[in-house]
Write a protein that binds this ligand. Structure first.
Ligand SMILES: Cc1cc2nc3c(=O)[nH]c(=O)nc-3n(C[C@H](O)[C@H](O)[C@H](O)COP(=O)(O)OP(=O)(O)OC[C@H]3O[C@@H](n4cnc5c(N)ncnc54)[C@H](O)[C@@H]3O)c2cc1C
Length: 429
C-alpha cells in the first residue's frame, strides 16, 4: 500500500488557502446521524445540506479538507455535464434527459447561494466562456445554447472572432459562448468556507482519518485506524482517491489525472490585457485547455490528462507550450506552482450515485466537470436521506457500465478513444 501523504499537494491553492483551525484525527467511538467519508466538494456539500436540515453529521477525511480534486481543480463553475444533451437524450430517453437538463444549473446556484449566505471568501467571479477553434465546435455551442434556452437558461451569448478577443487576447479561437451563470472560484477556499459553515451548525470534521473499511447494516460503521463512527447512514465521497477502502466503487470509474500550472504574479495591467472580461475559459477540444486569472493576478492554466492517473514529473514542460501558444508574450515568465490532481472518469461520462445498501450511499464519477455536479448531487443525496428520493432516483437509475477491458485494458482502450476524438478535431469534423 502506498504511504499516505499528511498534507496537501504543493498547489497554488494550498499556498493561498484561508487560515484554518487544527482538526485532529478521530480517536475512539463516535455516533452520528450521518457519517460522510471524504471532505471534498461532494462530501462537504452533502454534509452541509444535512446539517442545514438539523442532522448530526461527522465527516472523516483521509488527509486534509480539499486534499483531492476539490482543492486542485481549475476552479471553473461549468454548468451541465461532461456529455452533451443530445448524447444523453439518445442514451436515456426524453424523460431522463429533460430531468437531468432541468437540474443541470442547480449546482452553480447552490455555490453562489452558499458564498453569499456564509460570506465565503473564495475570489468568486462571474462568467464562464467556452472557446471554439472550428465551425463544428461553434455549431456544437449553438446547439448547447438552444438546449439550455429550452430549459429556461437564457443568460448565454455567442461571441464571434472579434468579440472573443475581449475574453482572451489570443488569435486561437474563432468564437465561442459565454455562460453568465458560470464563473470561477478559488476551489479550496470554497470547500474550506463550507466546512466552517458545517462546523458552525454543529458538524464535526476529522482530518488524517482514512476510513479503512465500512460495515454495512441497519447501523453502518466507518472504521479508521484509531476509531469508528456508528451512524444511521454513511455517504461515501472518496471519488478518485477512495482506493480499496470501499472495494465495490473503484472498478466503476477510471482515475484520471489532469495538470495545472500557475505563473508568478503578473499584475493587473498585463492580466487585464490577457483576459479583459475576467471570465474563465475552457476550449472545446476533447483534450481541452482551461485557464483563468487568479485573485492575485496570476495565470492559472490547466490541460492534458494522464489516463493512468499518474502524476507526471514534468508538468511545466508539458504545459508551457500550451501557455505560450495561447499567450506568446508570456515567454520568460516564471511558473511558481505546478501540480496534478485526479478525477473519476466513468464510461458514460455522467456522474454516478447510488446505494451500496439501504444505509450506505455514494457519490462519484464527475468525469472532469464536477464543481457544479458535486454540489447538486450533495443536495440530492441529502434529500434522499431525508426520504425524498424522487429526484435522486433520476441519476441513480441511469445504468453505469464497467470499462471494457477490465482494469488491465481500460487505459489503452480509453487512450484509443481520445486519439480518435483528437483526430476528428484536427480534421475539423
Ligand atoms: C486538475 C483538475 C482540474 C479540474 N478542473 C475542473 C474545473 O475547472 N471545473 C469543474 O467543474 N471540474 C473540474 N475538475 C473536477 C472536479 O475537481 C471534481 O469533479 C470534484 O472536485 C470532485 O469532488 P469530490 O468531492 O467528488 O472528490 P475529491 O475532491 O477528490 O474528494 C475526495 C476526498 O475523499 C478523501 N478520501 C478518499 N478516500 C477516503 C477514505 N477512505 N477515508 C477518508 N477520506 C477519503 C480524499 O482524501 C479527498 O479529500 C477538475 C479536476 C482536476 C483533477
Amino acid at each position: 500500500m502506498q504511504a499516505q501523504p499528511a498534507t496537501h499537494t504543493g498547489s497554488y491553492y494550498a499556498a493561498s488557502a484561508n487560515p484554518q483551525p487544527e482538526r485532529p484525527p478521530l480517536q475512539g467511538d463516535v455516533t452520528a446521524d450521518v457519517c460522510v467519508i471524504g471532505a471534498g466538494f461532494a462530501g462537504i456539500s452533502t454534509a452541509l445540506h444535512l446539517a442545514e436540515k438539523g442532522l448530526k453529521v461527522v465527516v472523516l477525511e483521509a488527509v486534509k479538507i480539499a486534499f483531492g480534486a476539490s482543492g486542485r481543480n481549475g476552479g471553473q463553475i461549468i454548468n451541465g455535464y461532461s456529455r452533451d444533451y443530445d448524447t444523453i437524450l439518445g442514451r436515456y430517453g426524453q424523460d431522463t434527459a429533460k430531468a437531468l437538463l432541468n437540474m443541470s444549473f442547480e449546482g452553480g446556484d447552490i455555490i453562489r447561494e452558499r458564498i453569499q449566505k456564509y460570506n465565503i471568501q473564495c475570489d468568486h467571479k462571474t462568467g464562464s466562456f467556452f472557446a471554439a477553434f472550428t465551425p463544428a465546435q461553434m455549431k456544437f455551442l449553438e446547439r448547447r445554447r438552444e438546449v439550455w434556452g429550452s430549459a429556461g437558461h437564457d443568460q448565454t451569448e455567442m461571441y464571434d472572432d472579434k468579440k472573443v478577443r475581449e475574453v482572451s487576447d489570443t488569435p486561437l479561437y474563432i468564437g465561442g459562448m459565454l455562460d453568465k451563470r458560470g464563473g470561477h472560484i478559488h476551489p479550496m477556499n470554497l470547500v474550506l468556507g463550507q466546512a466552517a459553515a458545517l462546523e458552525s451548525l454543529g458538524g464535526k470534521i476529522y482530518e488524517l482519518s482514512r476510513v479503512t473499511h465500512i460495515d454495512k447494516g441497519a447501523k453502518p460503521v466507518a472504521h479508521t485506524a484509531q476509531g469508528k463512527v456508528t451512524a444511521n447512514f454513511i455517504v461515501v465521497c472518496g471519488n478518485a482517491y477512495i482506493g480499496e477502502s470501499v472495494p465495490e466503487l473503484p472498478h466503476r470509474f477510471m482515475s484520471v489525472s489532469s495538470q495545472i500550472v500557475t505563473t508568478e504574479v503578473l499584475g493587473a495591467e498585463l492580466t487585464d490585457k490577457m483576459m479583459p472580461s475576467g471570465f474563465c475559459l475552457e476550449d472545446c477540444n476533447y483534450l481541452l485547455d482551461y485557464y483563468r486569472i487568479t485573485g492575485d493576478k496570476r495565470l492559472l492554466f490547466g490541460g492534458g490528462v494522464v489516463y493512468t492517473g499518474a502524476e507526471p514529473s514534468d508538468i511545466i514542460r508539458r504545459l508551457e507550450p500550451h501557455v505560450l501558444k495561447t499567450f506568446p508574450f508570456l515567454k520568460g515568465k516564471k511558473f511558481d506552482f505546478a501540480w496534478s490532481g485526479n478525477f473519476a472518469l466513468t464510461l458514460t461520462r455522467m456522474p454516478h450515485i447510488g446505494r451500496l445498501s439501504d444505509t450506505v450511499y455514494f457519490i462519484q464519477g464527475d468525469s472532469g466537470h464536477g464543481v457544479t455536479t458535486t454540489h447538486l448531487l450533495g443536495r440530492l443525496t441529502a434529500e434522499a436521506i431525508n426520504q425524498q428520493a424522487r429526484r435522486w432516483d433520476v441519476f441513480a437509475n441511469m445504468p453505469n457500465y464497467p470499462f471494457p477491458g477490465g482494469r488491465l485494458f481500460r487505459v489503452p482502450l480509453t487512450m484509443m478513444g481520445a486519439w480518435y476524438y483528437g483526430m476528428k478535431e484536427k480534421l475539423g469534423l
